[in-house]
Design a protein around this ligand. Sequence first.
Ligand code: FE
Ligand code: FE
Ligand code: ZN
Length: 277
Amino acid sequence: MLKIGCHLSASKGYLHMAKEITAIGGNTFQFFTRNPRGGSAKPLDEKDAAAFRKYAAENGIEVILAHAPYTLNGCSADPAIRDFARRTMADDLERMEATPGNLYNFHPGSHVGQGVEAGITMIADMLNSILKPEQTTIVLLETMAGKGSEVGGRFEELREILDRVSLKDKMGVCLDTCHVNDAGYDIVNQLDGVLTEFDRIIGLDRLKAVHINDSKNPLGAHKDRHEKIGEGFIGTEGILRVMRHAALRELPFYLETPNELDGYEREIHLLKAGFDH
Ligand code: FE
Ligand code: FE
Ligand code: ZN
């Protein structure tokens, strides 16, 4: 069964998001663990988490995806910012044990002139200081557009981070269609080739989730501006080929397109209909 959903606001809690996604035809969702620009998280509501777990079990929500704040940068040149990233991620992962067995995605970071290798080392060090053998959450590195000094625009960079993490079974990758397009991977015309490359460098068994976004920019633009499905350079068919691909079709898919709920509802229905054809 297709797992599809979109990014939702977490302000009203887990149960609210679960009901919201069901109402618009989805069966999974993504949310920010706290304000996307960082800051402190609301205290965890254990009753809401329990009500969510029951609702999810009864309504076919098999997995959800938490997204770390954008400001989290584990490879900043500023030790205080690196320390903030470490504390934020550790706290997020501890809170996620209230909803066990799910996914946590983060942007690897920006090395801000220190160089990719230094960035990769700091990101891996952060993960090694945070991951615990007993945690049930899988932490995902997101494929990035390669904008500015972003780490993770090349599959090789993600591979290097994974190589240096000790608890490898706690790690995975989230592929973002807009980001890989902008990074220069031609998923529109060469999807098989891109996935073969992903498999060779990272391993398709590491891929745990897909962000399905159209892109406002052409292949290799290094921009990262998401577009509504069908209105960008990837197109509806381009997104559907990704979703239908034998190597990807069992994964959960998340829209992060510039939409309100009604727009997400339209895109979920469009892609569900297209997926079966
Ligand atoms: Fe992201
Ligand atoms: Fe994304
Ligand atoms: Zn993006």
